[in-house]
Design a protein around this ligand. Structure first.
Ligand SMILES: C[S@@+](CC[C@H](N)C(=O)[O-])C[C@H]1O[C@@H](n2cnc3c(N)ncnc32)[C@H](O)[C@@H]1O
Length: 403
């Protein structure tokens, strides 16, 4: 484990800079709430050391280059943040002073634009916007003191992002190695009604236990987010293969090392599963949107798509996984219509999907009760700000079959 030491001269309550002295650096990966444990496993498989999950993400250590692999390969992370400093604070000025102790000019060039974002949980400060301003001033002042000039701020497309996290006692400052969040995989897409974020879709697959080669069905596929993630997993395609990353704008960026890691990721692409992935939706426009998305990514041949009412489908294989997020009505009236739909969904699973495991994401706790099957697991997950559950139904083979 990396050893932490306080820098000489730093008092216990004054801003301190924690640094691993074995060459490792500290990272924090954010993710949708509910996926942190799965993300810790994923990052460990990618070379992260001492991965430790909390509510909002995973802290880990490793050589700087582990950020290249994590950004390129993680399906579950939202951002990979490189920790610059962590210190206890009592007021806004402590935050300015702590931010000023970081040698920002050693981490990015003065010609780069930057942006500061602040998030807080139980932070004893009046305004997070004011903290953003203080950190921005500190970064600019460090550059001005060292170089006589300061980088510009860009709020729309910054080259470099600084993240400030506050809790009741601690302020942590990070440089973002991802840039745009990682659920943006770098392609323009057709979006349907309420598309899932890519990392949440990948998280549903991960939590279901589905692995490429096993039959998979999303019978309410919308724009096909779950199908696209599954098809990429079946082809072993790196999720970040087509996009730039924030680390490319940092001084520490090693282009040769990155080229090597990326080339290894791209060389691996290979088809494991010929055609066990199935998707359908009630609406032709959804199916066409999903088809266009799969086609644009060269994944069309991996997924069988059709337009059909879920209530009319039959199982495409003896056993397999259903992973899906049905509509859950937020407007009055929608909920009443759905109250008829959910019992039919339960009936369908019982009658036609014996031998299958179904994983259904819902943000409504009343509707799944209407499925009238007992869930074997309910995993809390967040779809943005919406608290959801992933309901697991294991349909026992033979139990409900008609003669
Ligand atoms: C919440 S959206 C799914 C979004 C999708 N996961 C995505 O990321 O794009 C629910 C989908 O269920 C579909 N749907 C609703 N009723 C259906 C039914 N009876 N049969 C099949 N699909 C249905 C809707 O057309 C919609 O695309």
């Amino acid at each position: 484990m990396a050893v932490l030491r306080r820098l000489p001269g730093a008092a216990a309550t004054a801003p301190t800079v924690a640094r691993a002295i074995d060459g490792n650096v500290h990272f924090y990966a954010t993710c949708p709430r509910g996926l942190a444990a799965a993300l810790a496993e994923e990052l460990t498989a990618l070379g992260a050391q001492n991965a430790s999950a909390d509510e909002a993400g995973v802290s880990f250590e490793g050589p700087f280059e582990v950020a290249y692999a994590a950004n390129l390969e993680s399906r579950l992370a939202t951002r990979i943040l490189w920790r610059m400093t962590r210190f206890d604070y009592r007021n806004e000025n402590d935050i300015y002073e702590g931010a000023k102790r970081v040698r920002w000019h050693a981490h990015f060039g003065v010609e780069r634009t930057f942006k500061v974002e602040t998030n807080g949980v139980k932070a004893p400060v009046k305004s997070l916007d004011f903290i953003t301003l203080k950190v921005k001033d500190a970064v600019a002042d460090v550059f001005r003191d060292a170089l006589g000039k300061r980088p510009d701020v860009s709020s729309r497309e910054p080259d470099v992002r600084v993240h400030c996290f506050l809790d009741a006692k601690w302020c942590t400052l990070y440089l973002d190695t991802s840039g745009e969040p990682l659920f943006k995989r770098g392609r323009r897409e057709q979006v349907g009604e309420a598309p899932l974020k890519k990392n949440l879709a990948a998280g549903l697959l991960k939590l279901s236990g589905w692995t490429p080669g096993q039959p998979l069905l999303d019978p309410m596929c919308g724009s096909g987010t779950i199908l696209v993630e599954a098809a990429e997993m079946a082809l072993q395609l790196a999720p970040g293969r087509d996009r730039p990353f924030g680390f490319e704008n940092l001084t520490r960026f090693d282009a040769a090392k990155w080229a090597e890691i990326k080339a290894a990721g791209l060389a691996r692409a290979e088809l494991i599963a010929p055609k066990p992935i199935f998707g359908s939706d009630l609406y032709g426009r959804s199916v066409e949107g999903a088809r266009a998305n799969l086609r644009d990514m060269g994944l069309e041949s991996v997924v069988s798509l059709k337009q059909v009412n879920l209530l009319e489908i039959s199982a495409p294989a003896e056993s397999g996984f259903i992973v899906t997020n049905p509509p859950y009505g937020v407007r009055l009236g929608e909920k009443e219509t759905l109250a008829d739909f959910y019992p039919e969904l339960g009936h369908l699973l019982k009658q036609k999907f014996a031998g299958w495991n179904a994983y259904i994401l819902s943000g409504d706790t009343d509707l799944p009760k209407l499925i009238r099957l007992s869930a074997t697991k309910r995993t809390p997950l967040y779809n943005g700000a919406i608290e959801c559950r992933l309901y697991e139904y294991r349909m026992v083979a033979g139990a409900n079959r008609r003669p």
